[in-house]
Design a protein around this ligand. Structure first.
Ligand code: HEM
Ligand SMILES: *[C@@H]1O[C@H](CO)[C@@H](O)[C@H](O)[C@H]1NC(C)=O
Ligand SMILES: *[C@@H]1O[C@H](CO)[C@@H](O)[C@H](O)[C@H]1NC(C)=O
Length: 505
């Protein structure tokens, strides 16, 4: 009896081992070099213990292979992935060979039934549907619409500084939580700009909007479990899909949207609101053109809401951190701004034309890129060269990892990469040039480049102008001194948080 149990036990272990490792010769068969994978984590040793952000595991591989190859074969759990280690090849993936890498890997994990809103985001749409949606949404984010809502931006900036004055009066010795402050700013901005509603983020009694926005981003554990399960058993992604927007939150925003649309229509009908070419105006046009109901309209436009909050807030918070650590650069920025402030405001045209301000934003994105990597799916098989190694073919369905972090923080491309030196971006068109050689693609590149780039940068710049011209920024000693990323959060953030001490000037 004992023998049989033992034999069955061994057989089960053996089968599991086979199941976990049968794919491990995938890259060897294709003659793509790469590090030896392990059961059960593949090439991500910290996948389960979460001691360190996954990008550092990738960076270890990157450093070993980058001089001899363009790409290496790795495994996420059991799943083969191609890791691109040459920025020129990275750029090919985004631009020249876009046809072969058309869609984002996340599309495999999402469908309309489980998550109507996220599945309808251009980021997760695929093929022709993506093309149509992108064309639908892009005209909503033109420079002239961003300019139309600039007075709203200024109003929100004022609320931001009033809030900071209040914190100073209250004597916050613990420091101000920069991430929370920035999230209040972007939430207020987006709800006011898009829906014409105030989330009252900076008041003592924020509206439920704020709570629901936070709920959206406070569920990393659900995702983590899902990612772990799917990287061990990829076919699970066909059965179980990811739900990013919880039903409660979806319901809440549908209601909000209905309200905003009705209010605007009533205002237009009664003549109390003259036509305003803002985002809501665009949303109404779209509804008419495509004959959309509120839920569909919400799915189309949640893009403005969802994609903007966390990414933009993250860049703002880390920019304040880096300026706090570098008083000289902070003073230089203050002087550039003060030369153009009139009645507390910098004109919209000037805002987008302050070279040092722009350089500070770009340099922050280089050190703390909200998207530290992109993962694409191969949509059309392609043969690629591999420097010292033989050419190889990428098959349809393969996940392709572009580790932006590795290029942006590589000494070979950026001297003293961990230090904040906005001067790197002071030459005309510097950001564009770096983007063109693939070393700096913080907003992506090519046909799928971020559509919110200009909106995001305008918001970050407006908030920076407000804060830098009114306050001196220092970093509270509670904040760590290096640039270590949080191991769990899926948008880049400094481990332990950013705590600032602001002093009125
Ligand atoms: C500083 C803030 C932001 C950063 C760093 C950022 C970065 C990115 C990146 C890296 C991509 C993926 C490109 C790719 O892998 O192909 C992307 C896509 C996208 N972003 Fe942003 N983003 C920011 C803010 C925004 C805002 C404010 C919006 C909306 C108003 C937005 C809307 C989108 C959309 C819709 C896509 C998908 C585009 C497509 O697949 O066609 N982003 N963004
Ligand atoms: C490898 O691929 C490149 C194009 O990507 C091609 O120019 C080259 O001739 C190929 N080399 C071999 C040995 O097939
Ligand atoms: C990328 O472009 C920048 C700006 O023109 C240049 O300084 C840098 O040397 C280039 N890097 C590579 C790897 O070509």
């Amino acid at each position: 009896m004992i023998l049989i149990t033992l034999a069955l036990g061994l057989a089960t272990v053996g089968l599991l081992y086979l199941l976990m490792s049968w794919n491990f010769n995938y890259w060897r068969k294709r003659r793509v070099p790469g590090p030896k994978p392990r059961i059960p984590t593949g090439n991500y040793p910290n996948m389960y213990n979460l001691k360190r952000n996954a990008i550092y595991d990738l960076n270890d591989i990157y450093v070993k292979y980058k001089n001899k190859y363009d790409a290496v074969g790795i495994f996420g759990g059991r799943v083969p992935q191609l890791l691109v280690v040459n920025p020129e090849l990275a750029r090919r993936v985004f631009v020249a060979d876009f046809k072969s890498f058309h869609d984002n890997d996340i599309a495999k994990m999402i469908d309309e039934k489980t998550d109507f809103i996220f599945a309808n985001n251009p980021f997760s749409l695929t093929g022709e549907k993506w093309k149509q949606r992108r064309a639908d949404v892009t005209p909503g984010l033109t420079m002239s619409r961003i300019k139309t809502v600039y007075p709203v931006t200024n109003k929100v900036c004022q609320k931001l500084s009033e809030w900071v004055y209040k914190q100073i009066r209250l004597g916050a010795t613990e420091g101000i939580n920069a991430k929370d402050m920035s999230l209040c700013f972007t939430s207020e901005m987006v709800t006011d700009c898009v829906l014409g509603l105030s989330a009252e983020s900076f008041s003592d009694n924020p509206t439920p909007i704020m709570g629901h926005i936070k709920d959206l981003f406070n569920q990393p554990w659900t995702f983590l479990l899902y990612f772990l399960a799917v990287s061990t058993f990829p076919s699970l992604s066909r059965l179980i899909k990811l739900r990013f927007v919880p039903p409660k939150v979806e319901h809440f925003f549908v209601g909000l949207m209905e309200n905003a649309v009705q209010t605007r229509r009533a205002q237009l009908a009664s003549g109390t609101q003259f036509e305003r070419t803002d985002f809501l105006d665009y949303i109404l046009q779209l509804a008419e053109k495509r004959n959309l109901d509120t839920r569909q309209l919400l799915a189309h436009t949640m893009t403005f809401l969802l994609d903007g909050f966390e990414t933009t807030a993250s860049v703002l918070a880390h920019m304040l951190l880096l300026l706090g650590r570098n008083p000289q650069e902070q003073q230089r920025l203050r002087e550039e701004i003060q030369a153009h402030v009139k009645d507390g405001i910098v004109s919209f045209e000037k805002l987008n034309d302050l070279p040092f301000l722009d350089a500070c934003v770009q340099e922050t994105i280089r050190i703390f890129p909200p998207a530290f990597m992109s993962v694409k799916i191969c949509t059309e098989a392609i043969e690629l060269p591999n420097k010292d190694g033989p050419n190889f073919t990428v098959d349809v369905g393969t996940s392709v990892v572009i580790p932006h972090y590795c290029f942006m923080l590589d000494e070979d491309y950026f001297h003293q990469p961990q230090s904040f030196q906005p001067d790197r971006f002071m030459e005309p068109d510097a950001a564009k040039k770096f983007r063109e050689n693939g070393t700096f693609m913080g907003f992506g590149e090519g046909p799928r480049i971020c559509i919110g780039m200009r909106f995001a940068t305008a918001q970050i710049k407006a908030a920076a102008v407000e804060l830098i011209s009114k306050f001196k920024i220092k970093v509270n000693p509670k904040t760590r001194n290096d640039n270590l990323y949080d191991p769990v959060s899926f948008i880049t953030s400094l481990q332990g948080g950013i705590w600032l001490d602001l002093e009125a000037l």
